[in-house]
Design a protein around this ligand. Sequence first.
Ligand code: C2E
Ligand code: MG
Ligand code: MG
Ligand code: MG
Length: 271
Amino acid sequence: HADELVARLRAHLRQNRVAAHRVAAERDDWYRDTIAHRRFTMHYQPIVDMTCGEVEATEALVRFDDGTSPVDVFHTPDHHDRRVELELEIVAAVTDDLASGAVSVPVHVNVSPAAALDPRLGELVHGTGRPLVLEITENAAFDAHDAATLRAQMPPTCRLAADDVGAGYAGLVQLVGVQPDLIKIDREIVSSIDTDPARQVVVSGLIEFAATTGAELVAEGIETAAEAAFLIEIGVRLGQGYFFGRPAPLAAGTVLDPDLDTDDIGPVTAA
Ligand code: C2E
Ligand code: MG
Ligand code: MG
Ligand code: MG
């Protein structure tokens, strides 16, 4: 009887292994195809100086042709070998957009620590001759030593942003060590900031933290005028979110220029 159970268990495990293999092979095909044919478009979302309405910068966000969510690719524990290759291809696509002259403000790109530290990223960034801001998620394993390595291989105009700050459990000590030039407050904290005292406490703390460390603050995920007004009131200058403009592709001939008025932003693609 026990033998029979063991045999069944073995067969079951073998089946699981075969299935896992197939899924891995399919994922590998997806990565190879997506990279080789650039089956994605970059969208850009304005980062606005909320005190005057000028577009100060823009964040590049990938949109895959087949609708795959960037969260599924970049925030899953399964770190596929080809993910860094994909990230580099995405940055190459951004630098192509920059070369077309369609964007005049500094561009933020999201990178994982592995992609950030890849020497090929340094080459791409040097090649653009344009100021880029590299956004690295706060929770990622990225310490003071990594930050120093990154800075050494980047042009001095290139800046480092800690993304999604306040959302996870990364220590503030780690953040002090990384010395980011910008701190992006996670949208989970920005949401309902105007009415939630707990979130207000966190943002006040981050304002002090930023002032002490010399970092600039960006609030992300601003969806309402009330949230924007509250953030301006307590001293956050830079904001990003659907309230100011959704991520949108660069339409032919569209120039995302710094003198756009906030009222004109809407979708950045306006022809
Ligand atoms: P993130 O870097 O924190 O980007 C902000 C996310 O919030 C984007 O989601 C954006 O579309 C969304 N968002 C912006 N404003 C609002 C708002 O007002 N309300 C709400 N509800 N959402 C808003 P998205 O594009 O789905 O990207 C999710 C995450 O995937 C990004 O978070 C980033 O970590 C990663 N990601 C996206 N594009 C890339 C990329 O090109 N390369 C890499 N390595 N990661 C990327
Ligand atoms: Mg980001
Ligand atoms: Mg973010
Ligand atoms: Mg976020």
